[in-house]
Design a protein. Structure first.
Lengths: 209, 209
């Protein structure tokens, strides 16, 4: 794995993958960094610089082979491996994410949800069972779980993250409104409200206020 | 409104607001950029640099007044105004966002959802009515709508965004898996799958693979 790739580049990788997949679906075989930049509303130089973090993928003057580049980026992200995911917290957001079909298309399989609420435990979201929180540790011991999506209320988030970490989980996608940082854990803190506030700032800036 | 504030700073503003609100809730009255940096896992210099985009908020050597700084950042984001929001697409994600209570606490009120599915139209999410898409334009003409949350399927996203834009909406928070860019519109493209992929990259990088 390449080292010292910046957070900004990591955030752009999925977007490159997404656009290349779309271009491939449209039958485009080759594309220059200039054209890719125009479609993605960025610059050719940004694209070349990003790709150079991974050794660069193009031959000068020939552009990129769309399918190969897409596959190479998928490999860098690690999409070729497939991932088993659990959702901890089966409230509205948890259920919505469990039912989000785009994940499955990219090799992410959600295998179980966990909750404490007797109204949802024992039920299912689509085909995915909602299990009691008491079963969480045992489930992780007996099944492969690569990633946990955390959607419990704020006051339970840190304890739930610690429990997951102690049980051996190494990656958490956290939707609870509190930042999680734990040793030996990679965590993406989503903070939905932050996105809405960034949009609000831009709306006001656009209005010249 | 201050000009030329970078995307990175805009993204950090809500996080400052969030941490300052938490500190205020804990009874902290004053904080140095050094201590704030430690809590937020950033540097004092980053914080001072960010705040300088807005003229700076502290007196050298005295640190920041937590409550005043929080209020000032809220004002910069535009949180003091209150916002009326509609959700276009009343599927799982749309319903989950409509029911997300943290938005209301910050002055964002969701007033209606819109969908085409006869199984959900006429119903409600909590107290929020689900109205038919045919009513969308008229609703926007007759009611104040500051922001639209877009959660329709991919194939309908661009048309729905155009419709919203034509009806006078100036801000869209887009959860559909396709980037939206339209003139005279500010749009935050969320791309849930991108976040999961960024996490996947980091998980593999942490595993040294």
């Amino acid at each position: 794995m390449e080292k010292r790739v910046s957070e900004a580049v990591i955030r752009r990788l999925p977007r490159y993958y997404r656009y290349l997949k779309m271009l491939q679906g449209m039958g485009v075989e080759r594309i220059s960094s200039k054209s890719l930049g125009e479609i993605m509303e960025t610059t050719a130089s940004q694209i070349r610089q990003d790709f150079n973090c991974f050794g660069g993928f193009g031959q000068q003057g020939y552009g990129y082979h769309v399918g190969e580049l897409k596959n190479r980026i998928a490999e860098i992200i690690g999409l070729n491996k497939g991932y088993q995911i659990i959702v901890v917290g089966a409230g509205n957001i948890g259920q919505a994410l469990a039912g989000y079909r785009a994940f499955l298309q990219e090799g992410y399989e959600i295998t179980a949800l966990f909750d404490n609420d007797p109204h949802v435990v024992g039920g299912s979201v689509g085909d995915i069972p909602v299990l009691p929180m008491d079963d969480l540790e045992r489930f992780i011991q007996r099944n492969r779980v690569d990633i946990a999506i955390l959607t419990v209320p704020e006051q339970h988030a840190k304890a739930a993250a610690q429990l997951l970490c102690d049980a051996g989980i190494r990656a958490i996608w956290n939707f609870a409104p509190v930042d999680i940082t734990l040793e030996n854990l990679v965590c993406e803190n989503v903070q939905l409200t932050d996105g809405l506030m960034a949009l609000t700032y831009k709306l006001n800036a656009a209005n010249g206020q």
